[in-house]
Design a protein. Sequence first.
Length: 189
Amino acid sequence: MPKIVGLSGSLRRGSFNSMLLRAAAAAVPAGTTIEIATIRGIPLYDADLEAASGPPEAVTRLKEQIVGADGLLLVTPEYNNSIPGVLKNAVDWLSRPGAGIGPIFSRRPVGIMGATPGAGGTLLSQAAWLSVLRTLGTQPWFGGRVTVSHAGQVFDSEGKLQDAAVRAQVEKYVAGFAQFVERFKIGAS
């Protein structure tokens, strides 16, 4: 069964996207796992730092987690109608050196979901990610969409998903993405 690495694109302790990622991990179908990884500790990309000492330990650890998985789930905020800088920075580090993109991203199934306290539901951020994922050679899943608006009303004070309609949407999305990852994994064999 598929193993998926999930990344929240927010570093905030009370992040709605981290809450959504935990809800997705709890909603996986039997036999599927979502391992929650972190982008915390990844410095701003700096080619001088890379040349002097290679990728930071946090980047190397995350690369190993992704290589050991069958799929990648990005749970993305939307900042200024686009991609959050901290998540894009992490992806930039993961794509270095350029010759190493293959094992990390090439033909890897990728799903995208997101939550925002506003009304837009991260639709623009999710769309902005598509050009990045295409450039990296991933296999994005287009079989569903989770764009959580007004996230402060969807999660309780402990970060648990309390909205039944959103829960059903997350469950459907995760089940569909898991099937996509499994089919893609089998098709690659």
